[in-house]
Structures are given as structure tokens and as C-alpha cells.
Design a protein around this ligand. Structure first.
Ligand code: BES
Ligand code: MN
Length: 458
């Protein structure tokens, strides 16, 4: 074990350089023009896996390739097998002008590496690969088999992976799924995440006049689709932060008193939080703490809002249409399809007859919730504690991993969410970064995890 840790320490500089190389690929899955970049990124990853001693293969899909990379299998009997899931695709980098250095030209400053995808998710799964490399290159025997499953469509809903997992069930069958694609409250609070929110996405478009009209000549006599959209969307949430769509909360499991007490123990400073987010005041559903609001309550969010003239100066028109991209976060027992139908029905009912409405369904994923009590969770908590040198915390997270429920169901196994991202890592925002201490400690955690997990699985 000491040899493995020493290897990790000695090679830290190279690991950082390799992470930088990996970040250079603009693997933006939402944007079709980056299709080849995703392919090139996947090929880089496959080569990297081979260089560190894994058997690696890229599997084409109708979307982006899926990487499977396995440690050499021992010939002496069955060992426990763990699957490490991650994603090499990243969120769109826009708006470019807010980046202090270009999103795909990684920059190191202090103990941070900046770049789109640095923490979400390239740095996090690379930490695990580095730990495995350390075992393979030092000749210290791994107590288990490990397979990496790294996909390229997570940020757009993981559409190809469910079918892939079913097809490759034999190879993927494992004793646990290990995922580092969530967060931790701070360097002194390593965390195991036991709940994630689900998600439903859709787009709405309101169509008014056949073309943009002179707002002086015609304005006042026709509906303005942008105004109609603002009214419609604005009415979906009341001033106390509650979503007004009838039935929206019907299936929501209320937080237990025990859980609220536990969540309240996590360190939280309202002032520091406001400062981190750059807001003057917080806003959220009345009766819940910010931690509860962002992890255990459902939301309705406008992600993008478009209409009319956006160029410089003014242009006096009634726009022909207005549109919005929407996602809703779901909590245990809300069902994505049911919620989508509920929302679509409601929208159709309240849409004014002066516009035509188009609703387009997007991706969806169920919320995730487990009780973090099993032997493998305990093993993971020990590995976290050992590597970070302090007591880990159990947390809920507000983000979503669209494939997690599907994977645990198909493979009949449990997931261990051991996130390495910090709250100020700017995931999905300009100036995304990954903390190099999280990277280093993440590698140590991974190195210590395999013996712990193998032991717990026997
Ligand atoms: N790593 C995130 C999910 C995450 C982040 C979970 C922080 C918990 C804490 C992941 O890459 C992500 O962003 N997922 C998307 C999924 C969506 C596009 C279907 C999300 O949550 O927005
Ligand atoms: Mn993400």
C-alpha cells in the first residue's frame, strides 16, 4: 500500500499534465459541431487506459462512444469486481467572455486547474485511473477486478448507456458501482452522497404573428409571444417559492424529522453562501433550509429564454415567437413521465388562445435515494476518512446522474457516490476548476478504497 501511495505522490506532476491534456478536448455533447472532438477525446482516453495497463475498448453507439477498460483479470479464482462510472463529455462552455482563460486551454493557478470539465467529470474519474495505474505499475496486487465505464452523453441524458448496459450485463456485473461525479462540502468534509435529484427537461415555444412586426404599427392589437411566455412561466411559481402546478407535489416524500436534523448539522453559513453565488439574498421555498431546498425539494427552472431582437441597440418589434428551455428537478417518488404529463397538461390548459404552443419533451431521469448503511458504504467511508484525514459526512445532492438508477437496476448492485468536487468548482459555470488537493486526495482515497471494498464484499 505504501508503494502505491508513494507512486501517486511521485507522479503527481505528470498526472496534472495528463489531466490538462484531457481537458483540452472540447467534448461538448450538447453541440453537434463537437461530434469529432468527442470521438478524439474518447480515443485519447482509450490510449491512456492502455498505457497504464488496462484492456481498453471503445464501443460505438448512435451517439458518442462508450469506453470500457478493465484491469488484467487474475487467473486464480474469482475476485470481487467493481465498476467505476464517469463521463468524458462536458457542458457547453458559454458564455465565453466570462472565462478568465479559454475553457479548453487549461490553466493552473495555485492549487486549482481551470477548464471546462476539470471537475465535472474528467479530473474525478482520472483520479481513480491514477490509483489503478499505481497498483499496476508498482506490481502491488489489486485485491479486486476493476472496470472503467466512461461515457460521452451524461450531460445530455445518457441516452445510449441503458441499452449498452443491458447488452454488456455479463461484463459489467459487479459487487458495486463506484462513482465520483458529485461534490463534497469542503476539503475537511469528504462525503458519501446517498440521494440525488431526478430531472425532466422540455422546451416550450409560443408562436404569435407570422413574422416579426413593427411594434408601433401593430403593437397593442396582437399578442406579444414574449409577454405571453413571461406570464405563463411566471405563474408557475408563487411568491413563496412553491410551484403552482396542481398535483406537482403529490408524490413527494416529506423529509423525516431525523433527516432534517442530520442535514442541519452540515456546516452552513448564509453569508458565505450568498457571497459564493453572488446574490444579495437567497430565495427558495418557504419552510425549508437552503440545504433542503437544493437537495430534497423539487424545482422548476428556466435554463434559457429566447425571443426577439438580442443584438446591439434597439429594434421596435413584436417578436414572432418566444421560447424557453426548462428543467425540473425531482425528488423521491416523483416520476419523470408523470410530472412531464402533468406539466404539459397544465400548460395546454392555461396557454392563451392568442398564441400557438409547441412543447418538446427532452431527457428525464428518476431521483436516487439509498440508505447508506451497508458494509460497502462503511468501507467507502473508511477510505474517505483515511485519505482526507477527517470524518466524512453523509449528504444529499441536488444534481442528477441520469443513468444511476438504470445501472444499479440492470446490474443489480449498489452505487457508492464519492464526489470530489468542491462547491466553488463552478460546475456548469464559467471558470470551472478542479482542486488539485481534491485530485491528490481523491487518488489516495481510490487507492485505499479497493482493499476496503474487497474486504467488505467477501
Ligand atoms: N456531476 C453532475 C451531477 C452532480 C453534480 C450531482 C453535483 C451532484 C452534485 C453531472 O455531470 C450533471 O451535471 N448531470 C446533469 C444531468 C442532466 C443534464 C441530465 C445535471 O444534473 O444537470
Ligand atoms: Mn455536469
Amino acid at each position: 500500500m505504501q508503494k502505491v501511495n508513494e507512486y501517486l505522490k511521485e507522479n503527481e506532476g505528470r498526472f496534472i499534465a495528463q489531466l490538462a491534456e484531457y481537458i483540452r478536448f472540447p467534448s461538448v455533447s450538447a453541440q453537434p459541431q463537437h461530434k469529432n472532438d468527442l470521438q478524439a477525446c474518447a480515443e485519447w482516453l482509450r490510449r491512456h487506459c492502455e498505457e497504464i495497463g488496462l484492456d481498453a475498448k471503445l464501443w460505438p453507439t448512435t451517439g458518442n462512444p462508450i469506453l470500457l477498460a478493465r484491469t488484467p483479470r487474475s487467473r486464480t479464482g474469482r475476485r470481487p469486481h467493481f465498476l467505476v462510472y464517469g463521463h468524458y463529455d462536458v457542458q457547453p462552455p458559454e458564455p465565453f467572455d466570462l472565462w478568465k482563460s479559454p475553457p479548453f486551454e487549461p490553466r493552473i493557478q495555485g492549487r486549482s486547474i481551470f477548464g471546462r470539465g476539470a471537475s465535472d467529470n474528467k479530473g474525478q474519474h482520472l483520479a481513480h485511473m491514477n490509483a489503478i495505474e499505481a497498483y499496476l505499475k508498482t506490481g502491488v496486487e489489486l485485491p479486486c477486478d476493476v472496470t472503467f465505464l466512461i461515457e460521452g452523453e451524461e450531460e445530455v441524458g445518457s441516452a445510449s448507456l441503458a441499452a449498452f448496459a443491458k447488452q454488456h450485463r455479463d461484463q459489467l456485473g459487479c459487487d458495486a458501482l463506484v462513482i465520483s461525479d458529485t461534490g463534497m462540502p469542503g476539503l475537511k468534509q469528504p462525503a458519501l452522497t446517498y440521494a440525488l435529484r431526478g430531472i425532466v427537461s422540455f422546451e416550450i415555444k409560443l408562436l404569435g404573428p407570422a413574422r416579426d412586426l413593427h411594434s408601433g404599427i401593430f403593437g397593442g392589437s396582437v399578442e406579444n409571444p414574449a409577454m405571453a411566455l413571461c406570464r405563463l412561466l411566471g405563474s408557475l411559481r408563487d411568491h413563496r417559492g412553491r410551484i403552482t402546478i396542481p398535483g406537482y407535489y403529490d408524490d413527494v416524500v416529506p423529509l423525516t424529522r431525523y433527516e432534517r436534523k442530520e442535514l442541519a448539522r452540515l456546516p452552513f453559513s448564509q453569508r458565505a453562501y450568498q457571497k459564493l453565488l453572488g446574490v444579495r439574498r437567497l430565495f427558495g421555498e418557504a419552510g425549508f433550509t437552503p440545504t433542503e431546498q437544493r437537495t430534497a425539494r423539487p424545482t422548476f427552472e428556466i435554463n434559457g429564454l429566447t425571443s426577439g431582437y438580442q443584438g446591439e441597440g434597439s429594434k421596435t418589434i413584436v417578436p414572432a415567437w418566444a421560447g424557453a428551455k426548462i428543467t425540473m428537478r425531482l425528488v423521491p417518488r416523483q416520476k419523470p413521465e408523470k410530472i412531464r404529463q402533468l406539466v404539459f397538461q397544465y400548460m395546454r390548459r392555461v396557454c392563451p388562445p392568442t398564441v400557438r404552443m409547441e412543447l418538446t419533451a427532452g431527457h428525464g431521469a428518476e431521483p436516487y435515494f439509498v440508505s447508506p448503511q451497508g458494509a460497502k458504504c462503511q468501507a467507502a467511508l473508511r477510505a474517505l476518512k483515511q485519505a482526507f484525514g477527517c470524518e466524512p459526512v453523509l449528504i444529499r445532492e441536488g444534481g442528477s446522474l441520469p443513468i444511476i438508477n438504470e445501472l444499479t437496476k440492470v446490474l443489480r448492485t449498489e452505487a457508492l457516490l464519492l464526489g470530489l468536487a468542491l462547491p466553488d468548482d463552478n460546475a456548469h459555470s464559467p471558470n470551472e476548476k478542479f482542486d488539485l488537493d481534491c485530485f491528490a486526495k481523491g487518488m489516495l482515497m481510490s487507492a485505499g478504497l479497493w482493499p476496503e471494498l474487497a474486504q467488505a464484499s467477501r
